[in-house]
Structure formats: structure tokens, C-alpha cells
Design a protein. Structure first.
Length: 118
């Protein structure tokens, strides 16, 4: 795995035929540090991390068909959604958003997705 992906999970994706399953990405930057910021910045970092994993497998955000978002608090939903809407291309994939008691590293958001692989 390229050094540029050292900050993502050990198994960032799994391909089965033309379907790519991406592990949840948290707001961790390329140096491996948890990003400190508002929910919009955290959402953006998660999506940037997803983009890196997708690119590594020959896909893009345009290929995403399903997204699952895990929020620590639904109070963040509106602002997270605004950032998500700006970053995710049309047509938007199917999506679920779930409140969880705790995410890895106690981050406020984690995003996973499923994509078709060209």
C-alpha cells in the first residue's frame, strides 16, 4: 500500500467483482493525527480519505452507490449534511446516517461507502 495511505485503516477496501466496499474513514489527516475542527471540516476530511482509497482502487466519488455515516451526535446532522452536499457529486448515492455511542478515537464522525469499480 502506498505511503500516502498510512493514515487509513489497515484494510481500507475489499473488492468483490465490480463492487468495492470501503472501510469507515474517520477525520484523520495524512500524518495520522485526528483533525481538530468543526463538523464541516471533519466531514470534509472523511470524504477526502474516502477519495484516496477510491483512487487507489481506480474509482472516484462519482462511483459511490451507498454511504453510511456514523455520527456521535445527531445535533451535527444539519452542518454535516451541508458539507456532504457540497462535496458529493450528483447523482447523490443512497445514504444512511446513524447516531452511535462512540466512534474509533472518539471522533465525531465516521463515513463508509460502497462503490462500483470501473
Amino acid at each position: 500500500m502506498p505511503n500516502t495511505m498510512k493514515h487509513v485503516t489497515d484494510v481500507p477496501d475489499m473488492r468483490l467483482g465490480d463492487t468495492l466496499y470501503l472501510s469507515g474513514q474517520t477525520p484523520i489527516d495524512a500524518s495520522g493525527k485526528v483533525v481538530d475542527g468543526d463538523i464541516e471540516e471533519l466531514t470534509e476530511q472523511c470524504i477526502r480519505n474516502l477519495e484516496k482509497v477510491l483512487k487507489h482502487s481506480g474509482a472516484t466519488l462519482q462511483d459511490v452507490v451507498k454511504v453510511n455515516i456514523f455520527l456521535k451526535s445527531m445535533d451535527d446532522f444539519g452542518r454535516m449534511n451541508a458539507a456532504y452536499e457540497k462535496l458529493m457529486p450528483m447523482p447523490k448515492p443512497a445514504r444512511s446516517c446513524i447516531q452511535v455511542a462512540k466512534n474509533p478515537n472518539d471522533v465525531r464522525i465516521e463515513i463508509e461507502c460502497i462503490a462500483r469499480c470501473p
